[in-house]
Unconditional design. Structure first.
Length: 469
């Protein structure tokens, strides 16, 4: 092995109180291991017998080791417990204290032979039966399992990403509600597409519109719960076709809009969705923007309160362009961030779906917008706008990537580089989804395949840069 990883022996405890760590003895142990050339410490793992310690003691041990090892060795915390909720709690704690990784144990009731490859666990003979358990840990708290992140400088940080596969940096996704836009109301088409996406074994995130057919919802839900893609239910179609407006200054319309979105929560849960995504209403003009933003704030709070009963992990807002094509209230990055920050004071599970097309159409620098939005980004949509107002296809029409659009392969690679530089991919591993509407006469599945190639080529282009550091 090129690097050494050391799990602790039983942690040193104070005499007379077996639940309190002896900090002095622990510091001596850390110093000794690091001085002997150990590169990474593994508190509570293996011989550390963390599962025998109370949760609070495990948290104390993890915090102390991270503090003592800071800048000298990386730390992976063993967070596995016999119950899932405790595992989630300890894994979240490991993330919050700045640990480089977390390791969980598979449920004891699985008959398995298991190895780890990055963040993907394989189970033999039926590898998929473990996915629901692992996905609870990785999706709900967005932790990167068994993944080290070097902290010794920018070049080393990018070098670490060069060694990572695309799915270890972020969750690649496809917005099927756009790819199959012409077939949204055709029975079985979206369900069939999701099955093919799962069989493709590349995409981890899928975006869909509302599904009206009961049998399709059941089928989609069975696939999602069995194989674990992150499913986002977009309410765009409901908002647009029913002329709803979550930021309306007409209180009757605003309340009706909130009610209609809530009524789609049940069907979304049937599909196995874990995220609900909405848009603001149209921009009412400078004089009324502040009032409309307050109306939207109220609507988002009401929706965020309502999703608790359905087990969704996030409520997402996608900012639109303003004064260009879609002309949404929200809007510029600064206003989107300010609004989400306010809602998060009460509902921490609200976030942004950052869309490259709308940011560019707003006239913003996409990299500065990414930096500003970073703490609130849950998903990223890669879409290709036409910025030339003289063209008939000006705007956010979800055209294929490349000219005459703004977003090229090179710019996607640039975006990946910026995301690495600001450590957007480090803790979150957000969904990064391609959003292309299939041109007339083209098989939608061709677009799904092309989107995969686009992500892979852009990541490879970024990797090639990293190898030259």
């Amino acid at each position: 092995m090129e690097r050494s990883y050391c799990s602790y022996s039983d942690p040193p405890l104070k005499e007379g109180n077996q639940n309190i760590i002896d900090e002095g003895a622990l510091e001596e142990l850390c110093d000794f291991l690091i001085a002997k050339g150990v590169h990474s410490l593994f508190p509570c793992g293996t011989t550390g017998e963390g599962f025998l310690l109370p949760k609070e003691t495990r948290k104390q041990l993890a915090s102390l080791v991270v503090e003592k090892a800071k800048g000298r060795a990386s730390v992976i915390v063993q967070t596995g417990c016999i119950d899932t909720q405790s595992t989630i709690e300890l894994t979240t704690h490991a993330r919050d204290i700045g640990a480089d990784g977390a390791a969980v144990i598979a449920p004891y009731f699985y008959d398995m032979r298991m190895t780890a490859s990055g963040t993907i666990f394989w189970l033999w003979p039926d590898q998929f039966q473990i996915f629901p358990y692992i996905c609870i840990i990785t999706r709900q708290e967005q932790i990167m399992i068994l993944r080290l992140k070097e902290r010794t400088g920018q070049a080393t940080l990018e070098g670490a990403y060069v060694e990572m596969k695309i799915g270890e940096a972020f969750r690649p996704g496809i917005v099927l509600s756009e790819t199959y836009f012409a077939y949204l109301r055709v029975r079985s088409v979206i369900a069939d597409a999701i099955v093919k996406v799962v069989d493709e074994d590349f995409y981890e995130c899928v975006g869909i519109a509302d599904v009206n057919d009961d049998s399709d919802r059941k089928r989609i839900g069975d696939v999602v719960r069995s194989y674990g893609p992150v499913l986002t239910q977009w309410m765009t179609g409901v908002l647009v076709t029913e002329h709803l407006n979550l930021s309306s200054l007409d209180e009757t319309l605003r309340k009706r809009s909130v009610t209609r979105i809530k009524e789609h929560f049940g069907p979304a849960a049937e599909c196995g969705a874990c995220k609900i995504a909405v848009l603001s209403g149209p921009d009412p003009g400078p004089a009324l923007r502040a009032d409309a933003t307050e109306a939207l704030y109220t609507s988002l709070c009401e929706l965020a309160e309502a999703i608790k009963a359905f087990g969704f992990t996030h409520l997402l807002l996608e900012p639109l362009d303003r004064g260009a094509h879609k002309n949404g209230l929200i809007g510029p990055t600064s206003e989107a961030v300010a609004l989400i920050r306010r809602v998060r004071e009460f509902y921490p599970y609200i976030g942004l779906c950052w869309d490259s097309s709308h940011i560019a159409l707003c006239g913003e620098d996409i990299f500065q917008s990414l930096i500003m939005s970073k703490p609130y980004i849950v998903q990223i949509h890669l879409a290709n706008p036409v910025l030339d107002r003289r063209r008939s296809d000006f705007g956010d029409n979800h055209i294929p990537f490349g000219e005459p659009g703004f977003f090229t392969l090179q710019k996607i690679a640039d975006l990946f580089q910026k995301a690495v530089e600001i450590e957007l991919f480090v803790k979150q591993r957000p969904c990064v989804s391609v959003e292309v509407r299939t041109p007339r006469g083209v098989d939608p599945w061709e677009i799904v395949v092309q989107a995969r190639h686009l992500l892979e080529k852009a990541w490879s282009l970024f990797v090639e840069r990293g190898t030259q550091l």
